[in-house]
Write a protein that binds this ligand. Structure first.
Ligand code: PYC
Length: 336
């Protein structure tokens, strides 16, 4: 599969920088169980680097303004996750992807991978079967089923620490588990909220305060990594659990969050509450669902998350350097 940036794209970008001509970027939008993904299929300049981490470095260093141009208002919005489609480094794999949002970059994204696979199917680049996809945190595989659902076999997931107390200004002490599911999560079981659309504002305020408190107190994931997702749980009448997930840009996940569900099942396994091969149905705050399970391979827990995405639009983004909001509202815009 030949995807992503080309020599031609670099020429376009060079012209964009030198002569202030508009840059045109091709995207397809989808939603996965309600959560939007914008897949960038063309027009993005070539990234340097010989692996996905190095390519992420090039994206951050050289083209961060394009991240905000593509994903922030007025072309995008704070709930949207971008997926820059790339050629794979290893030709044995099918493609590479770098996920990004209004705040920065994501190691992995479960709903975004499901959206990416359905988008590839829509443009004729994928058929039912398995795709191997290189992400910044490792290779994941995704099976496109004939009913249109997609199963993502995620990176190894685990709980780092159980029941970590953190003092949250305005809310008192809160306890949560720190776990990895492709991103870092703080998972909170005990909280005062009834999780549903009517409490989204209060839960956003609470989880944002928790995220800030974790950073202030120096509580991190492995290697000092920022815990940039906070997840609340409650009982559900129609699934095993219902969640609310705050994402790095302080908007919430409309889907049950693929990496968050991976972190959740790693905690359930660590507590002896879920067995290998058993199904776990995770519901989102808006009532959409993922099916999750895991296998243990060489002592590591490998989650699989299944859900559905639908393509919603196809567009050419026009990034005109004469536009004061060329790089998105709030990011280097001339009105800032
Ligand atoms: O599905 O993994 C996910 C995800 C991360 C942030 C938003 N969605």
């Amino acid at each position: 599969m030949t995807v992503g940036s080309t020599h031609h794209d670099s020429v376009i970008n060079f012209r964009f920088l030198m002569t202030l001509e508009p840059l045109t970027i091709s995207v397809l939008d989808s939603h996965t169980e309600g959560e939007p993904t914008r897949v960038v299929t063309g027009g993005f300049p070539e990234l340097s680097g010989s692996d996905m981490k190095a390519k992420l470095g090039s994206f951050e260093r050289d083209y961060d303004q394009l991240r905000s141009a593509i994903i922030a208002e007025p072309r995008g919005h704070s709930a949207m996750v971008g997926a820059l489609l790339l050629d794979p480094i290893d030709p044995e794999n099918d493609c590479g992807v770098i996920f990004f949002d209004n705040a920065g970059y994501l190691g992995m994204c479960g709903h975004g991978t499901i959206g990416l696979v359905r988008t590839l199917e829509y443009i004729g680049e994928a058929d039912p079967g398995t795709l191997n996809i290189e992400t910044v945190v490792g290779v994941v595989s995704a099976e496109l089923h004939s009913d249109g659902s997609v199963s993502v076999r995620n990176v190894p997931s685990y709980r780092l620490e159980k029941g970590v107390p953190v003092g949250v200004p305005g809310f008192g002490e809160v306890k949560g588990d720190i776990a990895w599911g492709g991103n870092w999560f703080f998972l909170i079981e005990e909280h005062p909220f009834e999780i549903g659309p009517s409490t989204i504002g209060e839960m956003t305020a609470f989880t944002t305060a928790v995220k800030n408190a974790l950073a202030d107190k120096g509580l991190t994931g492995e290697g000092g990594a920022e815990i940039d997702h906070v997840e609340l749980f409650s009982q559900s009448e129609t699934a095993d659990s219902r969640n609310f997930v705050l994402c790095p840009g302080n908007d919430y996940d409309r889907s049950p969050c693929g990496t968050g569900t991976s972190a959740k099942i790693a905690c359930l396994y660590a507590d002896g509450k879920l067995d290998e091969g058993e199904k776990w149905f995770q519901e989102s705050v808006i009532g959409s669902r993922f099916e999750a399970s895991f296998e243990i391979v060489e002592g590591k827990l490998i989650p699989t998350i299944r859900g559905t995405a639908r393509v919603t639009s196809r567009a050419e983004l026009i990034i005109d350097p004469n536009d004061p909001f060329a790089h998105g509202i709030g990011k280097d815009s001339l009105y800032k």
